[in-house]
Design a protein around this ligand. Structure first.
Ligand SMILES: Cc1ncc(COP(=O)(O)O)c(C=O)c1O
Ligand SMILES: N[C@@H](CCCC[NH3+])C(=O)O
Length: 461
């Protein structure tokens, strides 16, 4: 059998996930179906904890909800002792309702809405990562109007001017970035000074995230070293916290490097220790916000095969019942994936097939020229390592409903997000007509979100 970027479980000639047959999963829940092996998620989180504990650092971990966010995921995150990095009202509410305490949330984003900032402060969200001068100003006035309550704990997001090695769309540490206070031009220094003297704000430290899908520690290490000039310029600022973001890469295809977590963490920890001891500062608490590394490899998408066509001398195509609406990554980042026929994984490859989605876009191609046995309509195609930024970035393009999501564990499958229905889509549409415009209901932004919190609590086990 060919090698894959994840370990496979094959029983009786069928692919299994967490002890459950892929064929059974597809029959029970339909396709496309996103299947998460819960143990893999938990193991990935434990690996972070164990590696960092082994290094003897003081640390905190926040799962980056943007990679995949649901009540079930929040539940696992809480059980594994992680906090959560959230970037919107939607993620905040999901994390809170999933049982993550407000103090364990870290609120990110380059444009946080007023309503979101107010909500975060009211709820006592642990830390707000301030991205820019406009936000600092708004937070300062929020702190002033709040009067008397606790100072708002903040980190400042700094763009260190480091170009890490990854796809340009997921680079964030370079000078020319929409995120953060630029270090080189002095904006970061000005922000530190302003934040320190702003009453009602408690500047706890610095945040830097140089990019995603990193397979080397070089970018984050350079970022840490670049802090020296800033910290030397404001010796009275001793960061209690240094948050180095996420970015830990995973192998998507078998030829991708599998970089041990230790190799991504140890050089960064050493760089921090070296810098802080040179400055005579106590070692800060180190925070990380991994998203992809926690969920990517734990997720597999199951598609049903439809038509197969061969253009002689040109290419063979196999169409599946999903595509760029459930996984935009190939179209957006030229991301590569590997696949297997889940109902007959032991059949040897017979030809190269290009896996086409069913959306009306020529770019809706999930995999180009992949070795497969000749697929037949009705076969099940498993696409591996789709746990991060696939469902999270899904859309209703072509009016397609989002897939269902199941968690599997110990031979059991639990539906954690039901398949969207056409009714769900239609529920957003209001009847057409201009006769009653004045009396049409007006929407109060985020009122529903607050209401949703009233039913806060862990999802049913
Ligand atoms: C600020 C911040 N933190 C954490 C993450 C999570 O990144 P990853 O999924 O690469 O670990 C991102 C996304 O790249 C981010 O922008
Ligand atoms: N969505 C990107 C990662 C972006 C991370 C968010 N800053 C991906 O699929 O690789």
């Amino acid at each position: 059998m060919r090698k894959f970027p994840v370990e496979l479980e094959v029983r009786g000639g069928v692919l299994f996930f967490g002890g459950v047959s892929a064929v059974e999963l597809a029959e029970r829940f339909g396709t496309p179906l996103l299947v998460y092996e819960e143990d893999k998620i938990r193991r990935a989180m434990r690996e972070f904890r164990e590696t960092l504990s082994g290094l003897g650092v003081r640390y905190r971990l926040f799962y980056a909800c943007k990679a995949y966010c649901s009540l079930a995921m929040a539940h696992v995150v809480r059980e594994e002792g992680f906090g959560a990095d959230v970037v919107s009202m939607g993620e905040m509410i999901t994390a809170l309702r999933g049982g993550i305490p407000p103090e364990d949330l870290l609120f990110h984003g380059n444009f946080k809405l007023d309503e979101e900032l107010r909500f975060a402060v009211e709820q006592g969200i642990g830390t707000i990562v301030v991205d820019n001068a406009y936000e600092l100003e708004r937070l300062a006035s929020l702190a002033a109007t709040q009067g008397g309550s606790r100072p708002i704990p903040i980190l400042l997001r700094i763009t260190p001017g480091v170009v890490a090695h990854t796809h340009r769309y997921i680079l964030t540490g370079q000078e020319d970035s929409k995120f953060g206070f630029d270090l080189e031009s002095g904006q970061a220094l000005a922000a530190v000074r302003l934040a320190m003297r702003t009453e009602g704000l408690r500047l706890r430290g610095i945040h830097m995230h140089v990019g995603s899908q990193l397979v080397s520690s070089e970018g984050p290490v350079q970022a840490v070293r670049r802090l020296e000039a800033l910290l030397t310029s404001v010796p009275e600022f001793v960061p209690e916290v240094l948050d180095l973001g996420g970015g830990f890469g995973v192998p998507y295809v078998v030829d991708d490097p599998h970089v041990p977590l230790r190799d991504l963490l140890v050089p960064v920890v050493e760089a921090v220790r070296e810098l802080f001891s040179r400055l005579g500062h106590p070692e800060p608490e180190l925070w990380w916000e991994p998203g992809r590394r926690v969920v990517a490899s734990a997720g597999t998408t199951l598609y049903r095969v439809g038509g197969v066509k061969e253009i002689p001398g040109v290419r063979r195509y196999v169409a599946v019942d999903g595509g760029m609406n459930d996984n935009i990554r190939p179209a957006l980042y030229q991301a590569q994936y590997e696949a297997l026929l889940a109902n007959r994984p032991l059949d040897p490859p017979e030809a190269l097939y290009t896996v086409a989605g069913r959306l009306c876009e020529s770019g809706d191609i999930l995999i180009v020229d992949h070795p497969l046995p000749h697929p037949q309509p009705g076969d099940l195609l498993a696409v591996f390592v789709t746990g991060a930024y696939a469902y999270a970035m899904s859309s209703n393009y072509n009016r397609l409903p989002r897939p269902a999501v199941v968690f599997v564990r110990d031979g059991k499958a639990r539906l954690v997000q039901r398949r969207e229905t056409i009714e769900d889509l239609l529920a957003l549409d209001l009847p057409y007509g201009f006769g009653d415009c004045e009396t049409a209901p007006s929407e109060v932004p985020n009122a529903a979100a607050r209401k949703a919190l009233e039913t806060r609590g862990a999802p049913e086990a």
